[in-house]
Design a protein around this ligand. Structure first.
Ligand SMILES: CC(C)(COP(=O)(O)OP(=O)(O)OC[C@H]1O[C@@H](n2cnc3c(N)ncnc32)[C@H](O)[C@@H]1OP(=O)(O)O)[C@@H](O)C(=O)NCCC(=O)NCCS
Length: 225
């Protein structure tokens, strides 16, 4: 499959990146209980080196499943990107936790957030990782959280690039990097932006899900697999 076809859909909006190349608009959707199975599939399909970068350790398959099944959707936020074949090609987990008192100089808010992200190989280099990060940051702002952390290996050049591009403060230590971003408070524009992003993504998700269902149904009807 040609990767540029990945996000083709009726809502397609094209924008020019600073490098002059056109990139498809990436629609980021909030994931829920019903997406768990697809999330597991996404993580298990990552190459082992990418799984290491995502989790910071070589998690075996059972631990990956356990991790996904333990995500508390009522506390955390999980974002995903579906391609035009209704395959989940990216997952960003925004986990909220009470502020660590030893780091009270960093924030006065009660909660902080930590972000972890992965994008399938076929969907990389099109702005998906950056868009997930942006969406996580805007959600933090709108949830009265002003500090967004990310933990990754310092050898992770792509993630370091995204972190720097976002203006994150990065501390490197023994091959690992802790990065954090201070966020401005919510305003009507940030609330509207998140609501619109989710509306577009929900519409897109519904269209793709229906198309997938219809294709399967027709396939069964005509005896094709
Ligand atoms: C890191 C990851 C999420 C990035 O996803 P992505 O969708 O390819 O990211 P984007 O397309 O938004 O951005 C990639 C940026 O990194 C740049 N980049 C790519 N490879 C790079 C490298 N080796 N060195 C520096 N920058 C690099 C790209 O040019 C692009 O920059 P630009 O947007 O300014 O042009 C993806 O590679 C991944 O899933 N990796 C495995 C898991 C992981 O590392 N997770 C992060 C730890 S939580």
């Amino acid at each position: 499959m040609n990767s540029i076809d990945l996000f083709q859909n009726p809502l397609r909006r094209w924008g020019k990146h600073k490098d002059g190349k056109q990139r498809p608009t990436v629609l980021v959707k909030e994931l829920q209980e019903r997406d768990r199975r697809r999330m597991v599939k996404h993580f298990l399909e990552l190459e082992s080196s990418d799984r290491l970068l995502r989790f910071g350790t070589m998690l075996p398959d059972e631990r990956v499943e356990k991790y996904v099944n333990s995500i508390d959707f009522s506390r955390d936020m999980v974002f995903g990107v579906y391609n035009r074949l209704f395959k989940l090609v990216a997952v960003g987990h925004l986990a909220f936790a009470p502020r660590d008192e030893s780091k009270s100089a960093v924030t006065e808010k009660e909660r902080v957030a930590e972000f972890g992200v992965s994008v399938s190989k076929s969907a990389r280099g099109m702005g998906v990782g950056s868009k997930l990060f942006e969406r996580a940051a805007i959600h933090c702002r709108n949830s009265d959280v002003d500090t967004l952390y990310m933990h990754c290996l310092s050898s992770n050049k792509t993630m370091m690039h995204i972190a720097k591009k976002a203006g994150m403060e990065i501390h490197r230590d023994y091959g690992e990097a802790d990065a954090y971003l201070k966020l401005t408070p919510a305003n009507p524009a940030s609330v509207l932006q998140e609501a619109l992003d989710e509306q577009f993504a929900t519409l897109d998700y519904t269209l793709k899900a229906n198309k997938r269902f219809a294709t399967k149904w027709l396939g069964r009807l005509t005896g094709r697999k």
